[in-house]
Design a protein around this ligand. Structure first.
Ligand code: DAH
Length: 337
């Protein structure tokens, strides 16, 4: 390299730059180095201006020497810039990475409500026994909720249903259904026997909510109409369903009772582990008046019906202390099921 004496110190620069590049931390610091050694105020830029003042004989060689130094520094800085850029990009990718497995762990999956689960299982059990699922409206008329079910206007049983009436039409003629039994009537009106249905759904009464009552609750109704149906078929059906739902250990029994829409009528109980009995629902042989009300000849067709609370069933199955837990919507409770 042929630098004139006055520019001799430029020869130190490449080594100085190499030392700084070896220790450079990031792209910002690299920009400072770039401007210090190649910028307007750098010694190399100043040297270019000095070239005009040196002997023309030496100028060309000196100019080439200054350019070589400059090109060497530029190349060294470019290599360092590539290295730092690659490192910065890798760090950014790492920081912005989406870890999909972490995300999956953080999201909590919901589940069906306890009562929906119980209802689905009940439907499955009955469908497995050959029943189909029927539905009816939640707002009913007195004909479907009472009259067709053999509960005329004067009948004392009307009072026992604690009905919530809707302010529509004649007084006490439109109501929130107080049981799922009206779906029996709707089904028999529109379907030719044989009939094997269950009808789950919401029901309403003027009850105040407490540990064992809800004003809006769920029932499931069963109805079988066929030839030669007896009380034995009813008992066997209840027994099969209880075994399928609660397991083989649980026993069932029928106790004589009274419902206007069945004759004879019974209540059915299931056994608890300690040997005591728990009332589950009502049932019986469909009353001939009910069959007649739906245009079915009681001499040709017989049937049985039953009904019970789905919420109560869930309370029993999961041994809840308070039925209101089912409607409090406390996720800490709901998450357990
Ligand atoms: N509907 C009755 C109630 O809500 C339950 C019931 C009893 C339904 C006997 C029936 C039955 O189908 O045969 O209390």
């Amino acid at each position: 390299m042929s630098l004139p004496a006055e520019m001799a110190e430029l020869e130190q620069i490449p080594a100085e730059v190499d030392a700084r590049l070896a220790a450079v931390a990031d792209l910002d610091e690299l920009a400072e180095i770039d401007s210090a050694y190649l910028g307007k105020k750098s010694a190399l830029t100043a040297a270019k201006k000095q070239l005009g003042r040196i002997d023309p004989e030496q100028r060309k060689a000196a100019g080439r020497a200054v350019n070589e130094i400059r090109a060497g520094i530029e190349a060294a800085i470019a290599v360092t810039r590539d290295r730092l850029s690659a490192a910065a990009r890798a760090a950014q990718l790492e920081a912005e990475r989406l870890d999909l497995t972490e995300t999956r762990e953080r999201i909590r999956r919901g589940s069906y409500h306890l009562v929906t689960q119980a209802r689905d299982r009940l439907e499955d059990v009955f469908v497995g026994m050959g029943f189909t699922v029927a539905e009816g409206p939640e707002v009913e008329t007195a004909w479907y909720n009472f009259e067709a079910l053999n509960i005329p206007e004067w009948h004392p049983a009307r009072g026992s249903f604690d009905t919530i009436f809707v302010n529509l039409g004649e007084p006490e003629q439109v109501m929130l259904r107080s049981h799922t039994s009206p779906v029996q009537i709707r089904t028999m009106e529109t379907t030719e026997p044989p009939i094997y249905i269950v009808a789950p759904g919401r029901t309403f009464r003027t009850d105040t909510a407490d540990a064992t009552h809800l004003p809006a609750f769920n029932q499931i109704e069963g109805l079988v109409i066929d030839r030669g149906i007896t009380m034995g078929d009813l008992a066997g059906t209840i027994d099969s369903f209880v075994h399928a739902f609660f397991g083989g250990e649980v026993k069932t029994r029928l106790r004589p009772s009274y419902f206007p829409f069945t004759e004879p009528s019974a209540e059915f109980d299931i056994s608890r582990p300690d040997g005591s009995w728990l009332e589950l629902g009502g049932c019986g042989m469909v009353h001939p008046n009910v069959l007649r009300n739906c245009g079915i000849d009681p001499d040709e067709w017989q049937g049985f019906a039953f009904g019970f609370g789905i919420d109560r069933l869930a309370v029993m199955r999961y041994q809840l202390d308070d039925i209101r837990e089912l409607v409090n919507n406390d996720v800490r409770f709901l998450r357990q099921f």
